[in-house]
Ligand binder design. Structure first.
Ligand code: SF4
Length: 613
């Protein structure tokens, strides 16, 4: 069942008005992977009347006024992806396609969608109910932040959008509590997980450097970001306050992650797993190809790669659904007439973090001064892939399921740290849960760059690769690793990319094909490095490639000739088995053309045999 998008659909629900209207930068896809659908369905299940306006036209009022005015609040999101990431490439060019827009053409989502939609609402409803921002764009831009596209430190998006509240992180409970308080006419400013503007700093809250200081001083920006970053744990975080001119941004501590029971309730909601029929004429929503028959098993990530914003959006604590809830969802998917037998992904931000967490973290919060997986796996984490093995086995055994694929990335260092279940888990994945290629993300091979990324050294990756190909050979299969790399990360030079290039040719006898140029998105330590050109922990200067041509060049060093390739592994020795050799690539030329020279003895023997006929 879909939430209503037209007045007729509102009436069909038996409603005369709506409590909440959600506005989104995506087409309306009713899926557990789409935040606006999850929030809408959750509010509906909590007794609220909710409607959705997807991708309203900014040129007039027809779309935004279609459902009237809500009785409680407007909820505004840019969609599943920050609108500037969705609309622009790492080189700043406009993208032509959009996976979350029906028809796939990128012509519906404005840049800075959250600000554009809030302005649109205010234009047609000047004195309206509160406007509440949510979703990843608002969440990662909730305090002063570096904006790559304008190359400046911008204010909190709350001020630029002139909204009333901002809900950050995983917001189900916060949004429901907000609705309850607004309905009861009570104060909402003590609610965890929200930001709002105030004339004064809140008592007991920590003052972080102001927006003006952060915008003009790299040291102040670094202090601001690190204090913000270290105050995201639900058990230990303090409230923060940041001055913006004559006003304060009040950042309440984060809301607790959902309990397992609450997670199960959310994912048990009735999702249509389809785009709303109003989009049918425009065409298909491409994202559905991957999410329609996929199952999210958990949220959060303690991997803390420096370029990733999950720590400040979903949090460092992993919350897992119960096995029973996931199996229920698997059965539901398998019973659909359009299901062809393949669950396209069973995973989360990192596939193999399902079902275990550090006990100390759950009881007393994350450690403020160390990381769970870097520079090595913390002894308290005690990874256990047993629950995920059991889950995968049961999902694969469901009637109608031919294969349950693990398409989310696997942290190989975590897998190798589980001495009991790690390799059996990999064997299960290799034997039953890979669709030709398994995605892994070493990201780089040069140790100095990996340190800037907060990633483990390259040795665990090579060990994982060897295990993967050994198990693949044992299974008698032809399947491959698909490796993801990043070019132009802060600290990475052209020489480092040459080093990575040599690594990929030495270890895989082929070029890399999955290479992204680093994009400094808000809310990450790598973006802080990009902006300040310093290592935030040591204060030392680092090289940052900022020119568009230099960034592109770094990528080209690695991909230069994009030729399909495949690997095979015999006795842990990678060899090219298919694909053309690299015409102009000297390194590969040497390796593919050069035959081992014969010894004098071998030459004499060859001559003797020739004479002998
Ligand atoms: S004890 Fe280790 S695993 Fe637990 S929160 Fe601290 S660093 Fe992470």
């Amino acid at each position: 069942m879909f939430l209503p998008v037209t007045p007729e659909e509102v009436r069909a629900h038996g409603w005369r008005a709506l409590d909440v209207i959600l506005v989104t930068g995506d087409s309306y896809v009713d899926s557990p992977y789409v935040g606006v659908a999850v929030i809408g369905k959750f509010l509906l299940a909590s007794g609220y009347r909710v409607g959705i306006i997807p991708q309203p036209d900014l040129a007039g009022g027809a779309d935004i006024t279609r459902l009237g005015e809500p009785e409680l609040f407007w909820g505004v999101t840019g969609g599943c992806i920050d609108s500037l990431v969705a609309n622009r490439t790492a080189a700043g060019k406009r993208r032509r396609s959009d996976d979350f827009t029906a028809g796939g053409i990128n012509n519906r989502r404005p840049d800075r969608a959250v600000i554009a939609y809030t302005n649109l609402i205010r234009r047609y409803f000047p004195k309206t109910k509160p406007i509440v921002l949510g979703g990843i764009e608002a969440s990662l831009r909730r305090i002063a932040h570096y904006d790559f596209w304008s190359d400046q430190v911008r204010r909190s998006i709350l001020f630029d959008a002139k909204a009333d509240y901002l809900v950050y992180g995983m917001g189900e409970n916060t949004v429901r509590d907000l609705a309850d308080l607004l309905r009861a006419g009570r104060r909402v400013t003590d609610l965890k997980g929200i930001c709002y503007a105030a004339g004064e700093k809140k008592d007991g809250f920590l003052a972080i450097p102001s927006w003006e200081e952060a915008a003009t001083s790299p040291e102040a920006f670094t202090r601001m970001f690190l204090t913000f970053y270290r105050n995201q744990d639900t058990l230990t975080a303090r409230g923060l306050a940041q001055r913006h001119g004559g006003r304060w941004l009040i950042h309440n501590p984060p809301a607790a992650p959902l309990t397992q029971k609450e997670m199960d309730e959310v994912y048990d909601l009735d999702f249509a797993r389809d785009a709303h029929p109003c989009h049918r004429r425009a065409g298909a929503v491409r994202a559905l190809e991957t999410i329609r028959f996929s199952i999210p098993t958990h949220r959060g990530c303690y991997g803390e790669c420096n370029f990733c914003a999950i720590a400040v959006h979903e949090g460092r604590t992993v919350s897992s659904r119960s096995e029973a809830s996931i199996i229920r969802e698997g059965s539901l998917i398998a019973s659909r007439p359009d299901f062809k037998g393949y669950i396209h992904d069973i995973g989360g931000p990192t596939a193999n973090m399902y079902g275990f967490e550090c006990r100390k973290k759950l009881a007393r919060g994350v450690c403020p001064d160390r990381r769970c997986m870097y520079p090595k796996i913390c002894a308290n984490l005690q990874p256990d892939h047993g629950p995920q093995r059991a889950l995968l086995r049961k999902l694969a055994a469901l009637p109608g399921v031919k294969k349950g694929i693990v398409a989310s990335g696997i942290r190989y260092d975590l897998l190798l740290a589980d001495g009991k279940q790690g390799l059996p888990y990999l064997r299960d994945v290799v034997n039953r849960h890979v669709s030709g290629q398994l995605k892994v993300a070493p990201e780089h091979a040069v140790e100095r760059v990996l340190r800037c990324m907060g990633k483990p050294g390259i040795a665990p990756f090579l060990s994982f690769r060897d295990h993967f190909y050994r198990l693949t050979a044992q299974a008698g299969k032809q399947q491959f690793l698909s490796c993801y790399f990043i070019a132009a990360h802060p600290g990475c030079t052209q020489d480092d990319m040459e080093g990575l290039r040599r690594f990929t040719r030495r270890e895989f006898h082929a070029p890399a094909d999955q290479v992204q140029i680093f994009t400094p998105t808000p809310g990450t330590i790598s973006t802080l490095m990009y902006c300040t050109e310093r290592n935030p922990f040591s204060g030392r200067r680092i090289f940052v490639e900022k020119t568009a041509s230099g960034r592109e060049r770094q990528k080209q060093i690695l991909v230069e000739k994009k030729i399909p390739f495949r690997y095979a592994e015999k006795n842990n020795q990678a060899t090219v088995t298919e694909g053309k050799t690299m015409g102009k690539d000297k390194d590969v030329k040497k390796e593919t053309k050069k035959k081992p020279s014969k010894t004098l003895k071998e030459k004499k023997e060859a001559k003797r045999q020739k004479r002998a006929g």
